[in-house]
Design a protein around this ligand. Structure first.
Ligand code: NI
Length: 219
């Protein structure tokens, strides 16, 4: 289910952190021909995940247990009572993730006091490099209330797959200097922990703020 704020949604962006690949909903099936590295065969493909998300017919989200930027274990239940604004990305992303997190931060600022009822959360898709201290530096540069979460690769894969987020690490000429292709939707999760919907990548801050406001309901 897409939010009203995303009604103009005409396509899906697979956020390749060095280039942004825009495909239309109708063309989602051609993603397999795009220059995206193959994932492990046991993992769902980008197409499967995106189609699942867009169909609105499969469950999205669910329980998770990860580690925050202070090293504390956190679960989805910790955020009950807040509207969670969730984004998956990685701190070494050169362009797309910082831009999107900046837009989320500006949207929260625009909401003023109403934003107190939200909890912005960033989950890394690069747990190998995104340690809690690295996340602490990163999230604080965007918003004082942004929580960063990391974990084992298995924990991250499980959580990302639950949210229909695709990610794959690209091989690099020099170890440690790789990029990670990933989808870049913003997910909204209700105060009761239930998935409410997603926002497409690249929305301006005011559109993100409108979508959040619509979901916050009366105070
Ligand atoms: Ni990114």
């Amino acid at each position: 289910m897409a939010l009203s704020g995303g009604e103009a949604f005409a396509g899906v962006i697979l956020a390749r952190c060095l280039s942004v690949l825009r495909i239309s909903l109708a063309l989602a099936g051609v993603l397999c021909s795009a220059p995206v590295a193959a994932n492990d065969a046991s993992e769902p493909s980008a197409t499967e995940l995106i189609e699942g998300l867009l169909s609105g017919r499969v469950p999205v989200g669910g329980p998770f247990e990860l580690t925050d930027q202070t090293g504390r274990r956190r679960t989805d239940a910790d955020f009950r009572g807040k509207l969670v604004v969730l984004y998956f990305g990685y701190t070494y992303c050169p362009d797309v993730c910082p831009t999107e997190l900046q837009s989320i931060s500006l949207a929260l600022d625009a909401l003023g006091a109403a934003a107190d009822a939200t909890q912005p959360v960033f989950i890394t898709v690069d747990p190998e490099r995104d340690t809690p201290p690295r996340l602490a530096d990163f999230v604080s540069s965007f918003h004082p209330r942004l929580i960063g979460l990391t974990g084992s690769l298995a924990e991250i894969r499980k959580t990302a797959t639950a949210y229909k987020t695709f990610f794959v690490k690209n091989s690099a000429a020099t170890p440690g200097n790789y990029s990670v292709d990933h989808t870049g939707f913003i997910y909204l999760v209700g105060k009761d922990g239930r998935y409410l919907g997603f926002l497409p990548p690249g929305l301006p801050p005011d559109a993100i703020a409108d979508a959040i406001r619509a979901r916050l309901g009366p105070e």
